[in-house]
Design a protein around this ligand. Structure first.
Ligand code: UD1
Ligand code: UDP
Length: 371
């Protein structure tokens, strides 16, 4: 009998990072019975990814509500996923990352004595409020999980320091690199007129994304004011900001950047066009976790809009620089990259410490060995 794997996720980044795992499990010679269950903690941003990778969930809990609070997401997800686990009775349940869905999926598996595999295990910022609530979600998930797929040796070492036995830890690389390399090779033409004309203009493009809870409010407005300062200082620069669908984020972004002719506030892009946007950008300013892991594979410098990081590997290689949320510091760092070719070259030339594009295969092989 083939092993049944229940793959659980709910948000955009989890979907991007689980897509290669689902594909490798489905194609594996072990003949896994793969069941995909989504909480749909995100709706439109999740569906964009499902469409691109041709994934049709077997179960969709549809839990997203506007204005949802952390406790509400967790409660709805853990209740729905527990029912799902009882229904599917998998041999193993996989979760990814550090969202509310990740923690809920891990608990739902644990409550039914199903072993849980954690993809992207061992990331730590050592500050439980940054990123909030993700640092605590992933720490708790570590305690619940039985198999730990660490993206790097640093992450694996952290798990071992916290008492996870080495036989339960595998260094696989991050599956986001698998997704990125596959997507970066796909052809794509922008149909959106505004983006087409920005990308074909001789000016430079700075991509900006920000959504983290700890950046809501004044930090978000400072980030946007820093972008305005860059636009004022560099007349050839366009800032393209695909704005997260969260209304809290949208309000602040639009209040500062709305109306500037070279600040292009667009809807969240599907993954393929977003990767093409990155490929056409000079640099990226972002508080996203996934973008820090992707950009080094595109030789794209990342200015990380956070004070701490759970991804020190990219700081060490030089691909990512932490700039926090101070307006002057951010604007100064962007100006340096736009004017100092040696600083730019150093960041762009740094290698990607997060993987080689074969992480999902390694995860599927481990599961095949165990089951
Ligand atoms: C969530 C994750 C975060 C992850 C991020 C990726 C938690 C606690 N947070 O944060 O770790 O980095 O996703 O983007 O799990 N919305 C829509 N449509 C969508 C998606 C979101 O309208 O497709 C709006 C809804 O109003 C929703 C709000 O955004 O209530 C916030 O979504 P939520 O999942 O609670 O938080 P994120 O900030 O997206
Ligand atoms: N992304 C996307 N469209 C966008 C912005 C980002 O597809 O408009 C992708 C990005 O390439 C990365 C992922 O979404 O793979 C990151 O998601 P997000 O920033 O929402 O979450 P985080 O990584 O911070 O958890």
């Amino acid at each position: 009998m083939s092993a049944r794997v229940l793959v659980v996720f709910g948000t955009r980044p989890e979907a991007i990072k689980m897509a290669p795992v689902i594909r490798c499990l489905r194609e594996h010679r072990a003949g896994f019975d793969v069941v995909v269950g989504v909480t749909a903690q995100h709706r439109e941003m999740l569906d964009q990814v499902l469409d691109l990778f041709g994934i049709t969930p077997d179960h969709d809990l549809g839990i997203m509500r506007h204005g949802q609070t952390l406790d509400q997401i967790l409660a709805r997800a853990v209740t729905g996923l527990s029912e799902l686990v009882r229904d599917v009775m998998p041999d193993v349940l996989l979760v990814q990352g550090d969202t509310a869905t990740t923690l809920a999926g891990a608990l739902a598996g644990f409550y039914e004595h199903i072993p849980v595999g954690h993809v992207e295990a061992g990331l730590r910022s050592d500050d439980k409020y940054r990123p909030f609530p993700e640092e605590v979600n992933r720490r708790l998930t570590t305690h619940v999980a039985s198999l730990h797929f660490a993206p790097t040796q640093t992450a694996a070492d952290r798990l071992a320091e916290e008492g996870v036995v080495p036989e339960d830890i595998w260094v696989t690389g991050n599956t986001v690199v698998d997704a990125l390399l596959e997507t970066a090779g796909m052809p794509f033409e922008f149909t959106d007129q505004a983006l087409r004309s920005v990308l074909s203009s001789p000016g430079r493009v700075v991509t900006l994304t920000a959504h983290r809870r700890e950046n809501w409010g004044e930090p978000m407005r400072r980030i946007c004011r820093a972008a305005l300062e860059v636009l004022r200082g560099f007349e050839d620069v366009h800032v393209v900001f695909p704005v997260h669908r969260n209304p809290v984020v949208r309000r602040d972004v639009e209040s500062v950047l709305g109306g500037h002719e070279r600040a292009h506030l667009v809807e969240p892009l599907e993954y393929l066009p977003f990767v093409k946007l990155l490929q056409s950008s000079t640099l990226v300013m972002s508080d996203s976790g996934g973008i820090q892991e992707e950009a080094p594979s595109l030789d794209l410098p990342v200015l990380c809009l956070r004070d701490t990081t759970e991804r020190p590997e990219a700081i060490e290689t030089g691909a990512v620089r932490l700039v926090g949320t101070d307006e002057q510091v951010i604007a100064g760092a962007v100006a340096e990259l736009l004017t100092d070719s040696e600083s730019y070259r150093r960041m762009a030339a740094a290698t990607n410490p997060f993987g080689d594009g074969r992480a999902a295969t390694r995860i599927a092989d481990v599961l095949a060995e165990r089951w």
